[in-house]
Design a protein around this ligand. Structure first.
Ligand code: DSN
Length: 424
């Protein structure tokens, strides 16, 4: 991936600098924060300059409601080329029968999937938010839990991992129309074949939201459910390392339902500048180097997990198989997730507070934090660097109330990050 940020940032931000110095200054400061800190939020990544250029392109000027060849506006000759390329690349990347590249983000993608496959009030199953699921997987405060009846499954209390027999038993009782797998805070490999088997057993649609692990699935580092699941959604900005957006993949049999659900069911004009950027991201992910990248994400996560566990931190489920891990900071160090997130931020290390399975605390101030390695891997870090990253984390947690010490760590983090420049 090209790393000469100069070409992009200078001409691109020059007009902004002259016209809107406040937004310019905030963007420059944000770029500096991204470059000088250790970014461990597992749902974030750094996009290439090619992707940034596509996102900032004149494709944003165009209305193109409809689909390639069938638009409600004229002048879509070149937009059709862009959208068709994005579709073809995504199909190849995930071995998908059909792909809709128009969803604006993960939540609308999930909404369109449900809208295509269920009537209001019908039952589906998803993992509880507090045990690794997502708001759109049936939480009562979200449309998914309000418009449909969600029977949530959980993880096993002793292993903190999915128990497929228990999920099957629940599915037999609940008779869901749809079973959703794929999670936002589950550090272990998902047995997608087991979900297919359970869905077939109870006659449910077999669906997944692979937002977190999409890059790993595309690279063959995690089982890819797309070829044999009914419908699979994913965001494009996490391990897949594309622009902030989403796609829906499905078997050809569901193509019409999914396309109608996205437009005109839910959305208006697609964001073609972002679709262009998604096409670029898929091209990057089809390159052999992306397999190495995805492999390295997982190796780095394992290395970081080992360092943290060796230093006395309890990891939910005892480790990780993917790009993320959940640390029980409350049990390990007597700190709440909120305190840990704040102290780490003061040390230039970014993560997010997160519930852990069977958390006795609240989501606003839970027992855990969630860490992941996609960004550090994009910056070129390897297993050996995870030792240093782990040491910074533990030092910050152990000095959570010492602001001078945290400032000292932040200075060391900044020095450490200089070896891994990305946007110049
Ligand atoms: N908000 C995302 C995450 O951080 O996992 C999920 O959509």
């Amino acid at each position: 991936m090209a790393k000469s940020g100069k070409k992009l940032f200078e001409p691109h931000l020059n007009a902004l600098k002259k016209f809107d110095s406040e937004i310019y200054a905030a963007l420059v400061a944000e770029k500096q924060r991204q470059m000088e800190g250790i970014e461990l939020i597992p749902s974030e990544n750094l996009v290439s300059e090619s992707i940034l250029e596509a996102m900032g392109s004149i494709a944003t000027n165009k209305y193109s409601e409809g689909y390639p060849g069938k638009r409600y506006y004229g002048g879509n000759e070149f937009i059709d080329i862009i959208e068709n390329i994005a579709i073809e690349r995504a199909k190849k990347l995930f071995s998908a029968g059909h792909v809709n590249v128009q969803p604006l983000s993960g939540s609308p993608a999930n909404m369109a999937m449900y809208y295509a496959l269920m009537e209001q009030g019908e039952t589906f199953m998803g993992l509880k938010l507090t045990e690794g699921g997502h708001l759109t997987h049936g939480h009562p405060v979200n449309f998914s839990g309000r418009q449909y009846k969600c029977v949530s499954y959980g993880v096993d209390k002793s292993t903190e991992m999915l128990d497929y027999d228990a999920i099957k038993k629940l599915a037999v009782e609940a008779k869901p129309k749809l079973i959703l797998s794929g999670y936002t805070a589950y550090p272990r490999a998902i047995d997608f074949k087991a979900f297919r088997e359970i869905s077939d057993f109870v006659g449910a649609y077999c669906c997944a939201d692979i937002a977190h692990i999409a890059g790993l699935c595309a690279a063959g580092v995690h089982e890819n459910p797309v070829p044999y699941f009914d419908v699979v959604t994913t965001t494009t900005h996490k391990t897949l390392r594309g622009p902030r957006s989403a796609i829906i993949m499905c078997k050809n049999a569901f193509a019409e339902k999914i396309d109608k659900a996205v437009f005109p069911g839910l959305q208006g004009g697609p964001h073609e500048h972002i679709i262009a950027a998604k096409a670029v991201a898929f091209k990057e992910a089809l390159e052999p180097s992306f397999k190495e990248y995805a492999n390295q994400i997982v190796k780095n996560a394992r290395a970081l997990a080992d360092v943290l566990m060796a230093k006395g931190l309890r990891l939910v489920s005892g480790g990780t198989d993917n790009h993320l891990m959940l640390i029980d900071v409350f049990k390990s160090k007597g700190l709440t997730g909120k305190q840990a997130e704040h102290s780490l931020e003061l040390a230039g290390i970014y993560c997010n507070k997160n519930t852990i399975p069977f958390d006795a605390r609240t989501p606003w101030d839970p027992s855990g934090i969630r860490l992941g390695t996609p960004v550090l891997t994009t910056r070129g870090m390897k297993e050996s660097h995870m030792k240093e990253v782990g040491e910074f984390i533990v030092k910050a947690i152990e000095n959570a109330n010492d602001s001078a010490k945290l400032a000292e760590i932040k200075a060391s983090v900044k020095e450490f990050c200089k070896d891994f420049p990305f946007y110049k």
